[in-house]
Design a protein around this ligand. Structure first.
Ligand SMILES: C[S@@+](CC[C@H](N)C(=O)[O-])C[C@H]1O[C@@H](n2cnc3c(N)ncnc32)[C@H](O)[C@@H]1O
Length: 279
């Protein structure tokens, strides 16, 4: 289907379907296969301490994609429900769950109209989703509506801003340039080595704007902090082992970074974590 430019602006569902089609489940709960797998596992461990004090909670992941956090939480005993607009994404999430013999509830739907009763979930989360909406308030209001009073909202967003990923992009550019030269692809080397801008829409909201919108949607104690002090790298699969070893060595510092809230971590971090409570 040919996409209209405006479709991207709405966090278009057909765009995501196209994006997920043909992708495979390759998430490991024990041995990260690449940097993304490591970032997700690190975050899951961190969130387990922060959000899974009671292991039997009922949680929902909106715009779940391959649903790595729900998988991790289900493995710890949580009852996990996952919702995504893309059927292909849900198939990957299902594959991940069946690989680990875990049970989950998979729902194909739109997070602007969640198919659940009010006050149902202990925890409602989203990762890398809200930044793709031109107007994210309808989705957040829905997430708040289905939370139990006292329940927790958690969102991770990748804001459009400078961060350590800029250094990652430079490394990625140099690596791609050398690779293309080595393979005598001179045109690509000089014109296509810089990472392409992602096709999908990303809003340009500041941290303050995120907090304001989320508070207006009915959440209390909203806190935003910088997250993920390491960039994602476009390196050969054999190099991921070295990169992951390096990040594991720095794990105590990484933890400090996640726990610390300041303008520095907000700027350096590739992502922002936002947490809030329903009264
Ligand atoms: C960038 S991906 C993030 C996927 C996953 N959370 C992760 O971190 O890997 C955004 C996800 O949001 C889903 N999505 C976009 N708009 C949606 C909507 N209105 N309702 C439900 N899911 C939506 C997409 O299908 C896609 O899987």
């Amino acid at each position: 289907m040919h996409m209209q430019k405006d479709d991207y602006k709405k966090g278009s569902i057909s765009h995501w379907e196209k994006d997920w089609a043909g992708k495979k489940a390759n998430f490991s709960l024990t041995k990260p296969v690449d940097d993304w797998n490591y970032f997700d596992l690190f975050r899951d461990e961190y969130l387990e301490r922060m959000l899974l004090k009671n292991k039997n909670i009922l949680c929902l992941e909106c715009g779940c994609g391959s649903a790595s956090t729900s998988l991790y939480f289900a493995n710890k005993g949580a009852k996990a429900a996952m919702l995504d607009a893309s059927i292909s994404a849900l198939n990957i999430a299902r594959e991940n769950f069946s690989k680990y013999n875990l049970r989950g509830m998979f729902i194909n739907g739109n997070m602007e109209r969640l198919p659940f009763a009010d006050d149902k979930f202990d925890l409602v989360m989203s990762f890398g989703v809200l930044e793709h909406f031109e107007d994210m308030a309808p989705s957040i209001k829905e997430m708040v509506r289905i939370l139990k009073p006292g329940g927790t909202f958690f969102a991770s967003v990748s804001p459009k801003k400078y961060s350590i990923q800029l250094v990652g992009n430079l490394i990625n550019t140099v690596t791609r340039f050398i690779y293309n030269l080595k393979h005598r692809r001179f045109r690509e080397a000089f014109f296509r080595s810089y990472p392409a801008t992602p096709e999908f829409y990303e809003n340009s909201l500041s941290s303050r704007q995120y907090v304001e919108i989320i508070e207006k949607c009915g959440l209390k104690n909203v806190k935003l902090s910088g997250s993920r002090p390491f960039p994602s790298l476009n390196i050969l699969p054999s190099m991921f082992k070295i990169y992951i070893m390096f990040m594991k060595m720095l794990k105590p510092l990484h933890l400090l970074f996640e726990m610390h809230t300041s303008k520095f971590t907000e700027l350096w971090g590739v992502e922002w974590n936002i947490v809030g409570t329903k009264e």
